[in-house]
Write a new protein. Structure first.
Length: 137
């Protein structure tokens, strides 16, 4: 009975090793979009340049307007892109987890059936000794 508990724990560890990377979508989702972060930093840099006197007010307004348009375009596409990509990605993760949860134990049992010795434990040791097949040492 103890061997089956150990085998169950090993199978669970193997399944978790496969499923762990699939749960990383939470960490990736919490990160900011690099495009929007870039445009926000660009707008802040334009304001710093204007404050230092490097840019004329008209040039600064034109640069801010262009960076603002690009920022709006980047944030507008973000919602559509996540809506379009999110559902198939969720389906792929679910399919991979279902596959992992079913295939790993099946492969383990098939490998044991091919290479292991399942017939060894068919008879208890006491029955083997009484049937005349005692092992001489």
């Amino acid at each position: 009975m103890v061997i089956w508990i150990i085998l169950l724990a090993m199978t669970a560890a193997a399944v978790m090793a496969v499923l762990w990377p699939l749960s990383r979508h939470y960490a990736v989702g919490r990160q900011g979009d690099p495009d929007t972060q870039f445009y926000r930093e660009q707008m802040a840099e334009i304001e710093r340049d204007q404050a230092r006197g490097v840019l004329l007010p008209s040039e600064a307004e034109a640069a801010k307007a262009e960076a603002g348009r690009r920022l709006l375009r980047a944030t507008g596409m973000q919602g559509e892109a996540f809506a379009a990509v999110g559902e198939p990605a969720l389906r792929r993760r679910r399919a991979a987890s279902t596959l992992a949860l079913s295939v790993i134990p099946i492969l383990a049992l098939a490998t044991y059936e091919i290479y292991g010795s399942p017939q060894l434990l068919a008879e208890p040791p006491a029955c083997r000794c009484s049937s005349g097949r005692a092992v001489s040492i």
